[in-house]
Design a protein around this ligand. Structure first.
Ligand code: NAD
Length: 274
């Protein structure tokens, strides 16, 4: 199964019990500096498969090694052929109720930022302030020249691919282009990582949503938050290596869990203001 399938691939929705939804709502209500950390799991309900979940295969085709992108013309052409076919499907993906609930959380005023491992841009599409979304692995909607760094929009390069270019080159310097995402073998963008660490330190509650917490340095962020006094809540379909040290663990789907809790916070606030 690949991310180009038209229907979300999770049919067996896992719903959190009402006690857990209430506990999450109370935690959100009690904290004023919330950091959210999202992984591929928040976007599966939008039809984009995750990487390490039971159905995850997305990365097998989509993330090449940096060396092949920079030095091997054949691998780069293969990458562009894949993108030409699949980028329109990624562009068509819509935010799900989990993304929307997080945009609602931001409007409630107690969210510092969303730190995401995702490259799909769905938090911004759901209405989250782009300035409050830290993309640790970049964005598939931006491209840049490997040589001079000139930035290109995804749709502009898509047009050039569809017009027949097999290995699009920079208009300024002729260098090879690449997506502004982190390839295998590459470090995370230092400024995004630095900001994410600062947000984790400054938070009083971190919500970890849809990440297997398998890879550092991103998987260290909940530990950094906890060591600086924050509570940590994990919402994930499957167990993670950090469940034992979290303050609350909810093994359920992100969308209904977040919607249920944010709706409850909203009701609590309305009740309190009466
Ligand atoms: P991961 O694939 O390692 O883990 C995802 C976790 O989310 C799994 O443990 C799974 O059980 C859980 N999950 C799946 N659906 C869920 C749902 N509806 N609700 C709650 N939990 C759910 O993801 P990761 O930790 O983010 O690492 C994957 C890497 O691959 C990332 O670095 C990311 O850059 C990349 N990736 C991105 C996308 C995207 O942009 N949407 C998709 C796939 C992979």
């Amino acid at each position: 199964m690949t991310f180009n399938e038209s229907e979300p691939h999770y049919s067996d929705v896992r719903t959190a019990g009402s006690e857990k939804i209430a506990a999450l709502a109370e935690a959100i209500q009690a904290h004023s500096r919330i950091a959210v950390f999202t992984g591929a799991g928040i976007s599966t309900e939008s039809g984009i498969p995750d990487y390490r979940g039971p159905n995850g295969v997305w990365a097998r085709n989509a993330i090449p090694h940096i060396d092949s992108v920079q030095t091997d013309d054949a691998s780069r052409r293969e990458m562009w052929a894949y993108r030409r076919e699949h980028y329109p499907l990624m562009l068509a993906r819509r935010p799900n109720s989990g993304h929307v609930a997080l945009a609602d959380l931001e409007r409630m005023g107690n969210l510092i930022a969303i730190i995401t491992q995702n490259i799909d841009g769905l938090h911004q599409k759901a209405g989250s302030d782009p300035d409050r979304v830290i993309e640790l692995h970049g964005s598939t909607h931006n491209l840049r020249c490997s040589t001079c760094g000139r930035v290109y929009e995804g749709s502009a390069i898509q047009q050039r691919l569809e017009d027949g270019e097999a290995d699009p080159r920079c208009e300024f310097c002729g260098g090879p282009l690449r997506t502004a995402t982190v390839f295998f073998g590459e470090a995370l963008p230092p400024i995004a990582l630095q900001t994410a660490v600062a947000v984790a330190r400054a938070s009083d509650l971190m919500l970890v949503i849809g990440s297997s917490l398998a890879v550092n340095p991103a998987a260290r962020l909940p530990t950094i938050a906890r060591e600086n006094g924050a509570k940590v809540i994990i919402i994930n379909r499957e167990p993670t290596p950090q469940d034992a040290v979290a303050d609350l663990v909810i093994h359920a789907d992100a969308g209904p869990t977040l919607t249920g809790s944010i709706d409850l916070v909203d009701s609590m606030r309305k009740e309190a203001s009466r």
